[in-house]
Write a protein that binds this ligand. Sequence first.
Ligand SMILES: Cc1cc2nc3c(=O)[nH]c(=O)nc-3n(C[C@H](O)[C@H](O)[C@H](O)COP(=O)(O)OP(=O)(O)OC[C@H]3O[C@@H](n4cnc5c(N)ncnc54)[C@H](O)[C@@H]3O)c2cc1C
Length: 420
Amino acid sequence: MTTHADSLKTTTPTLAQLTTIGVGGAVGRFIEPQSEEEFIAAVRDADAAGSPLLVIGGGSNLLIADEPFHGVVVRDKRQGISVLDDDAHAGANASVVAIVAQAGVNWDDFVDFCVVSGFSGVEGLSGVPGSVGASVVQNIGAYGQEVASTVSSVRIFDRESGSIRQLDRDDMRFGYRSSALKSSMYSAPAVPSGDYFPTPRYVVLSVTFALRRNGTDEVAFGQLAKALGVAVGERMPIADIRRAVLKVRAAKGMLEDPGRYLLPLMRGCKNFHIVADALSANSLASREQPANMNDEAGSQPNLNRHSCGSFFMNPILTKAQAEKLPPDAPRFDATLPDGEPGVKTSAAWLIDHAGFHKGYKVRPDAKAGLSTLHTLALTNRGGAKASDVAELARAIQNGVEAKFGIRLVPEPVVVGMDLR
Ligand SMILES: Cc1cc2nc3c(=O)[nH]c(=O)nc-3n(C[C@H](O)[C@H](O)[C@H](O)COP(=O)(O)OP(=O)(O)OC[C@H]3O[C@@H](n4cnc5c(N)ncnc54)[C@H](O)[C@@H]3O)c2cc1C
């Protein structure tokens, strides 16, 4: 019998082509729904058939094994953003605007739309790769902002009950790189739950954001304030903040390679004008780094961008665990999963102080290595397999654990490999 999803089937790519780190095996079936009904039908059909299901966005937070993924990969192609009627949604607070973005919308396109429209609250998250749908799964954060602080509700398809529901911000149980959606995939850190992995129980259909319409925002992060030449807490036009964030991220290799959007497979996944701007900024940046041209990253600067971003979460420790850290280890107030006060330390600091410096590889000829610009990014140096990235990740986990007694937990969703 031909299902609704069959009619939407397109050519089958590999996961290496669908992910920013560029590793991963063949895909069983690949479906690109163009409407909410088609999206839900694709999810329902996969679940009804008992097929493993991967709802994928930009593939920027996924590390997937080299073996074929014998299941269905669904990528929402919708790119709709709408500003809701002011009177109905702003209520007494006319300075707030409600915006709905469909799950498939490219996250940075959404930020660009908000900044151009003068809506503040997400500009610090400029340049984070991926989709609006996934942004709420791991509660993306950068430069003093987290998506959680601007989300008012999330429209989801509940795979368990088969119903469409609205989750309010409290229902989302946002935390540091976590949410109720992400929790539905795990029974313990890095341990997949049987039922819902690698896609959460709740599939995001669209997100409603509440942003301010003042066109300026506070600069909430020291490094950003420095780039802008202002003090932390000072207000700046959000367009300036976005430009500075993109520049700081480019200097750390923490933007994705815009060249991927030139692939036929990626067409329509991101606003062409923003891709063109990113391509020209990228080639300008490589021309501006002649001093590095003798090293691997200098001659091929995009290698540092073939990653999942930060690979390990910053550990949140009990106070007793934190006391065992060296005195100079970073310490920030945080909340433990059980709600008790804890201490967050820096994964990058632990990695570096365990002897894994920028550019580290397990062997000189290894095809995966730490970014030469950022200690937390595990990168594909060209031709790496998922197993190469996993080998590097384990070496770092083991080294950090041996030195500090802390087991680092991967931030990306790791499929088909065990990196606990
Ligand atoms: C260079 C680089 C820099 C980065 N910088 C940051 C950063 O500063 N801060 C940060 O927080 N993250 C960062 N990341 C990580 C990544 O960009 C985010 O986690 C992003 O939200 C992932 O989005 P995606 O669409 O690519 O998700 P994918 O990788 O495609 O999927 C990740 C997970 O989300 C699920 N998912 C995707 N769409 C949906 C949906 N519609 N409904 C339910 N589940 C869904 C998938 O099933 C999967 O479990 C970075 C990554 C890279 C490569």
